[in-house]
Design a binder for this molecule. Structure first.
Ligand SMILES: NC(=O)c1ccc[n+]([C@@H]2O[C@H](COP(=O)([O-])OP(=O)(O)OC[C@H]3O[C@@H](n4cnc5c(N)ncnc54)[C@H](O)[C@@H]3O)[C@@H](O)[C@H]2O)c1
Length: 430
């Protein structure tokens, strides 16, 4: 069977409908392409890269779904050998590695979970796709916009499935809200608001872990620090950077990329949004000026071409939130702990939905398993992952540079908004 034919049959089996047409003619596969044609009952081989905080949550999911979803835990990789070895034990995998590329070399692995700090997401995702793997990549899909574009290009070339780890996309509240909004339940949508608020210990502040830093003032002997840094600026071992990477822009976008991505993606899904037209981010390092270079309090407002704004409140100093809601001319859709309810201006219920699941990684992985086996649509596909990265990076850049950022559609990049000519009317019919 020729490579083209076998790839085509994989595409049919895995339901890669949107990419199938281009794939048949443009796909190029490296010698390392191992993508298997998965039957409905085939066992799915899993490899985990990154055995830190969320890596351990993925291990729980793997153990939880192993029988039910017929999974084979094949390998765990972490540049801290102790963590890789412990991870291997936890999920009963066959291998552990310090170098993640060795994991990608294993043909038993159908999909790789990328659960490392943000600055490594794009490289590992691209390497995994080149090796023929499907990918579950933790949010944000990438650290920067150009990295997201490189992942998009690779995904189009290889056709490998990518589930972005915004697990709330497997909570059916957002897709059902989208359907209701499309039907006009709340009329013309003009505004949405959502938040991520937390209150951290006054001494430590957000994302500081003093106990772990104190216990590791000397680098653990079996931790490959150079591998952890990757393409980031070389520096001597610094436990603050290793354990508290969310405080530093070399590895993270802080509140915007770590937390807002969860929230903005919900509104994007519910309101059919992709790239914003203009974004402003405001905030500061107001409560914990402790050497971090990312804000501990920030808010962002995104304006979208359909003619609506989305306000995202974020503070790490106070946990009083605001309602998560979408405003339309006819009514308001409120997200609730059990789903959503849409009400008109007098409080009369227009429609409501009780969710069937929740913000659950088990559901999100199962969705990827179903995608690989029978082509179920991915709940957080690359397009959504990429558009989220664009919005939160524009907010951070706005904050950093004290200007409003705009999305240059023609050149697919963020630029100062005042360099673009913009209409003040909706650009599409929705
Ligand atoms: N979906 C969610 O709700 C959620 C929650 C927490 C974290 N996350 C995301 O998960 C990712 C990891 O976050 P975390 O809190 O687990 O970080 P962490 O620092 O606790 O763990 C990251 C692990 O990756 C390993 N690692 C780093 N570079 C590596 C390399 N080159 N090769 C192999 N291993 C490497 C580290 O040694 C570490 O063990 C981040 O993208 C974060 O945003 C998502």
């Amino acid at each position: 069977m020729s490579d083209t034919v076998s790839r085509r049959s994989f595409l049919t089996t895995a339901g890669k409908v949107s990419f199938a047409a281009t794939m048949a003619t443009t796909a190029t596969f490296t010698a390392k392409s191992y993508a298997r044609v998965l039957g409905a009952n085939d066992r799915i081989g899993v490899g985990l890269i990154g055995a830190g905080v969320i890596g351990n949550e993925h291990m729980k999911v793997i153990n939880n779904l192993r029988e039910k979803n017929n999974l084979l835990p094949v390998a765990v990789a972490d540049c801290w050998k102790t963590r890789a070895d412990k991870g291997k034990e936890t999920i009963g995998a066959q291998h552990s590695f310090v170098d993640y590329r060795k994991l990608l070399d294993l043909k038993e692995i159908d999909y790789a979970i990328v659960a490392v700090p943000e600055h490594w997401h794009w490289t590992m995702t691209i390497d995994a796709m080149d090796a023929g793997k499907a990918v579950y990549c933790e949010k944000p899909m990438t650290h920067t916009i150009p990295e997201a574009q490189a992942v998009m290009k690779k995904q189009k070339e290889t056709g490998r499935p990518l589930q972005v780890g915004v697990q709330a996309m497997s909570d059916d509240s957002y897709i059902t809200a989208r359907d209701a909004i499309r039907k006009g339940v709340i009329g013309k949508v003009v505004q949405a608001q959502i938040e991520y608020v937390r209150r951290y210990d006054a001494k430590a502040g957000p994302w500081r872990v003093p106990a772990e830093v104190a216990a590791n003032t000397t680098k653990p002997a079996d931790l490959d620090w150079s591998a952890w840094l990757g393409s980031a600026e070389k520096r001597d071992w610094d436990p603050h950077h290793y354990f508290e990477w969310r405080c530093y822009s070399a590895y993270s976008g802080g509140i915007c990329t770590d937390l807002f991505i969860h929230r903005i993606t919900r509104i994007m899904r519910a309101c059919d949004l992709l790239y914003p037209r203009r974004v402003v981010g405001m905030g500061g390092i107001w409560q914990w000026p402790d050497g971090r270079d990312l804000p501990d309090n920030i808010e962002m407002i995104c304006e979208y071409p359909r003619g609506m704004t989305v306000y995202v409140l974020g503070t790490m100093s106070n946990r009083v939130g605001i309602d998560h809601l979408i405003r339309g001319y006819r009514g308001t859709l409120f997200f609730t702990p059990t789903g959503w309810v849409a009400k008109d201006k007098d409080g009369k219920v227009l429609a409501e939905h009780t969710k069937t699941g929740g913000e659950d990684q088990n559901l999100h992985h199962t969705n990827l398993h179903n995608h690989l086996r029978n082509g179920e649509a991915l709940n957080c596909p690359i397009e959504l992952g990429m558009a989220g990265v664009v919005a939160v990076n524009m907010a951070n850049e706005s904050w950093r540079s004290s200007q409003m950022m705009g999305w240059d559609k023609e050149n697919q990049k963020m630029v100062p908004a005042n360099t673009l000519t913009m209409s003040h009317e909706p650009e599409d019919a929705s």
